[in-house]
Write a protein that binds this ligand. Structure first.
Ligand SMILES: Nc1ncnc2c1ncn2[C@@H]1O[C@H](COP(=O)(O)OP(=O)(O)OP(=O)(O)O)[C@@H](O)[C@H]1O
Ligand SMILES: [Mg+2]
Length: 241
């Protein structure tokens, strides 16, 4: 059995058959508001508070203050303190865009990885990261190099992807093949709000449960409700699609 890092979300760790394989780079996809950033925040917060594993949060879209507020909105009140203590390192929009050009910003960040001991990383988002490259080939080469460096530095990473669930008939982006695992967050509208679901579609080296499970976001972050059988993607009466 490969070594794993627990996400700290009980239901999800059970769906993942223990957790995320150590040194994996996992793609986390979903439409806006589905909980991708909350998941990243929770992964790092639980990492420090429950498993003594330090984390790095890279954001191109938000500043450190927005991220702290998002953490506090679900009751992760010690977020600010953990950032101050460097248990969680935040590279926010301002830091990332301060360097003259993008690759020097990334190089600076990679230097930091090798110097200090971090176990978990969240890139929010890969979509923004990819905008810095002119063509698909350059993009793919850099993504491969980047994920390689993360692994070499012992980081287990979530790469956030601003894209809804991909179904067989739609085009599947390259990033899906270049990463070790795929987790999708899905929401469907209801009369009173939304129903939320999580689907682990792939995790290399691991036997996972590929059913879709209902989840909630609230105080304490994401809760995944494991229930017998979950939902199947295809061909079942109770399919959510
Ligand atoms: N305390 C809370 N209780 C209930 N829901 C909450 C709470 N805090 C945040 N949310 C919900 O969590 C969702 C925010 O999720 P998040 O910001 O992680 O989405 P995202 O997938 O990162 O979106 P985007 O692609 O726009 O960045 C929102 O729908 C918000 O309403
Ligand atoms: Mg987000």
């Amino acid at each position: 059995m490969p070594e794993v890092l627990k996400t700290g979300i009980e239901g999800l760790d059970s769906v993942l058959n223990g957790g995320i394989v150590k040194n994996a780079a996992v793609l986390v996809s979903g439409n806006p508001g589905t909980g991708k950033s909350i998941f990243g925040i929770q992964y790092l917060y639980k990492g420090v508070t429950e498993f003594d594993e330090r984390g790095i949060y890279i954001s191109f879209e938000e500043n450190a203050e927005d991220i702290r507020q998002a953490a506090e909105s679900v009751g992760f009140d010690k977020w600010g303190e953990l950032v101050e203590d460097d248990d969680i390192k935040v590279y926010d929009k301002q830091v990332m865009l301060r360097e003259g050009d993008f690759t020097s910003a990334i190089d600076k960040l990679l230097d930091d990885f090798t110097e200090s001991k971090y176990d978990r990383l969240v890139l929010d988002s890969l979509t923004m990261f990819q905008l810095f490259f002119d063509d698909e080939r350059e993009n793919r080469t850099y993504l491969l190099k980047f994920t390689d460096i993360l692994k070499q530095n012992g980081l287990t990473s979530l790469l956030i992807n601003e894209q809804g669930a991909v179904f067989p008939e739609t085009e599947i982006g390259l990033e899906n093949f270049l990463t070790d695992g795929n987790i999708y967050f899905i929401q469907t509208p209801t009369d009173s709000g939304v129903n939320r679901y999580v689907w682990v579609a792939k995790m290399r080296k691991k036997n996972i449960n590929t059913d879709i499970f209902p989840m909630e976001i609230g105080e304490g972050g994401i809760t995944v409700h494991e229930r017998a059988g979950g939902f199947s993607m295809m061909g079942r009466e109770d399919s959510v699609f």
